[in-house]
Design a protein. Structure first.
Length: 234
């Protein structure tokens, strides 16, 4: 069952990349630079660490991963110009197989130590729960980022799990204008990110369309990509 939920989170991360260009996958969609391909790169590096060296197994081609000596603390949160989306997806699928080998070879009660947690002793069961929770959190991130890009939403392929509402902009505007029950000033909220999902993607205006005086965004990462260290977070 644990492996089932871990696999489900992995699948969401990759599914939400489908149908987008290299530029769209790299575009930063939050003030701290959160981007779709960067989240997958984070998943790649953390799964290797938690289900590789932690349990005595080394990734065979370390040059494919972010080096612990990389001077950029955010290197694990964006794809470089030399990295492609197809290459990152292929790498993540190989990492998943590598991690699954660890899971299949050991009992859930197997104990090891996590180096970047100060050598704390953990069980395989604890690491699987930790990684599943981490990936599910990032699955929520990619849900929101993908919706910002082109309005695509859904729980999984073929099943949106969304109510049958057609006028989403009107719904969002209604929520923005609601007065809290506790009173207080009503503030104007800009809903520029709420687009008319009934219009074709090709005619929507969004963050990928620069203004005449704004240079086009490069495929390479911008100044930063998440206010977190490249080391796996707890």
């Amino acid at each position: 069952m644990l492996k089932h939920y871990l696999r489900g989170a992995r699948n969401v991360l990759l599914w939400k990349l489908e149908g987008l260009s290299e530029r769209e996958l790299r575009i930063p969609l939050t003030p701290t630079g959160t981007n779709l391909l960067g989240l997958v790169k984070h998943a790649v590096n953390t799964e290797v660490i938690y289900l590789g060296p932690t349990f005595g197994r080394e990734w065979p081609t370390p040059d494919e991963l972010v080096s612990p000596d990389d001077p950029d603390p955010l290197a694990g949160w964006y794809a470089t110009e030399a990295e492609t989306a197809a290459g990152m997806v292929d790498l993540y699928r190989r990492v998943q197989a590598f991690a699954d080998h660890t899971i299949d070879a050991l009992p859930l009660a197997a104990t090891r130590h996590v180096a970047h947690w100060g050598g704390e002793e953990v069980t395989l069961h604890e690491i699987m729960v930790h990684k599943t929770a981490d990936l599910q959190r990032h699955a929520g991130h990619v849900d929101i980022l993908r919706e910002q890009l082109d309005g695509s939403v859904g729980l999984r392929p073929g099943h949106s799990n969304m109510p049958d509402v057609t006028d989403w902009p009107a719904h969002a505007q209604r929520l923005a204008g609601a007065r809290p029950a506790t009173g207080g000033d009503r503030r104007t909220i800009r809903l520029s990110s709420v687009r008319d999902l009934s219009r074709p993607r090709s005619v929507r205006q969004n963050a990928l369309t620069p203004s005449p005086d704004q240079p086009a965004l490069r495929a390479a990462p911008l100044a930063r990509s998440m206010p977190l260290s490249a080391q796996p977070h707890r």
